[in-house]
Design a protein around this ligand. Structure first.
Ligand SMILES: Cc1ncc(COP(=O)(O)O)c(C=O)c1O
Length: 347
């Protein structure tokens, strides 16, 4: 029986999302590596044992209003909200939050009102995810970045006083209810790998509020699937993200009915690619975005997946994976934010 079968789920996503080989890019990286090692002019060939085999799990294609990883979490969060009799969803994020955009879409589909508490002053130009939040009918509230949770709590009180039934969703939908979406996701991936006769040597993805990584870890534990799960930190130092994910994975495993205590040392995190800080796009992200677009026709985003895929390219160039190994990049979405970075991307 699937591990999340007994949990209430409100269908929002197009599942399973595709698992695809990145054949051209894998070959190109192999050739570049050999040229670097042996001098110019080496022919890389097409033998998959001669380069790192990159695969991509397309959660940018979860289907809801531009897709992304939050849609899987929201299937469980919206079901929980409806079970509790909620009529209004509240959540919070950055100006270009993918989580807020997907939450607004999920609320619209479920017939619930949606309030978004966004950090910072309203920008002059309404673009990317923020434009879509407006189209989706969300009510926007602006506050200081560090006061977002407090503002959300005050808003929930005001809504209750007005006779509404709000359901607050924390940063990134990263609580045990939301993280269950990624326990289900790893089961989906395990089945796809079995069908493709693929044994992954690592799963690599962008990690920030920790729900994706915690769900993957708890799900892998519940399935007894021993696969290395490496989160590339987008904004947190290594030890802090490890502790956050370990705590959330422990609570998620209990929620799934497969209790297990995860320690920070069980959580693989690479925090070498924090660059100029959260949402500051630099050369690493820019190169990753154009590289994947031009080799495979797939868009990354400037904040999360651009950073994580840029980190993965760097790890491969430094010999972090051996030729013939299979590495799956879990694409968690975010491309709508590209439009808000147009000037930086074309610079
Ligand atoms: C595109 C994208 N990738 C990755 C993440 C990180 O996921 P998590 O917050 O579950 O760690 C986010 C979070 O907002 C995101 O929008």
């Amino acid at each position: 029986m699937p591990i999340t079968e007994r949990l209430a789920r409100y269908p929002l996503a197009f599942l399973p999302t595709p698992l695809q080989p990145l054949r051209r890019l894998s070959r190109q990286l192999g050739e570049e590596g050999r040229r670097g090692a042996a001098g110019a002019g080496t022919d890389g060939g097409t033998d998959p044992s001669s380069f790192v085999n990159l695969w991509i799990k397309r959660d940018d294609q979860t289907g809801l209003a531009g897709g992304g990883n939050k849609t899987r979490k929201l299937e469980f969060l919206i079901a929980d909200a409806l079970a509790q009799g909620a009529d209004t969803i509240i959540t919070t994020g950055a100006v270009q939050s993918n989580h807020c955009r997907q939450t607004a879409a999920a609320a619209a589909k479920a017939g619930l009102a949606c309030h978004l508490v966004l950090g910072g002053p309203p920008p002059q130009e309404v673009n990317g995810n923020l434009l879509l939040d407006n189209l989706l009918g969300a009510t926007l509230h602006w506050t200081k970045r560090e006061q977002r949770l407090e503002t959300m709590a005050g808003l929930a009180d005001d809504l209750r006083a007005a006779g509404k039934h709000p359901y607050p969703i924390t940063y990134g939908g990263s609580d045990p209810v939301g993280a269950a979406g990624y326990a289900l996701a790893i089961e989906e991936l395990r089945d796809q790998c079995a069908q493709a006769d693929l044994k992954p040597d690592a799963l690599v993805f962008a990690s920030s509020s920790g729900g994706t990584q915690a769900g993957l870890l708890a799900g892998a534990w519940a399935l007894g699937w021993d696969v290395p799960i490496l989160g590339i930190s987008v904004d947190e130092p290594e030890a802090r993200l490890q502790a956050l994910v370990a705590g959330l994975a422990t609570r998620t495993a209990a929620h799934l009915g497969c209790p297990h205590t995860f320690e920070p040392c069980d959580v693989r995190v690479n925090a070498q690619y924090l660059g100029g800080g959260y949402a500051v796009m630099g050369p690493l992200e820019r190169e990753a975005i154009t590289r994947l677009a031009r080799s495979e026709g797939i868009f990354l985003d400037p904040v999360y997946t651009g950073r994580a895929f840029g980190g993965l390219l760097d790890i491969i160039r430094r010999g972090g994976f051996a030729a013939g190994q299979n590495v799956i990049f879990w694409h968690t979405g975010g491309a709508p934010a590209l439009f808000a970075y147009a000037d930086d991307l074309l610079a």
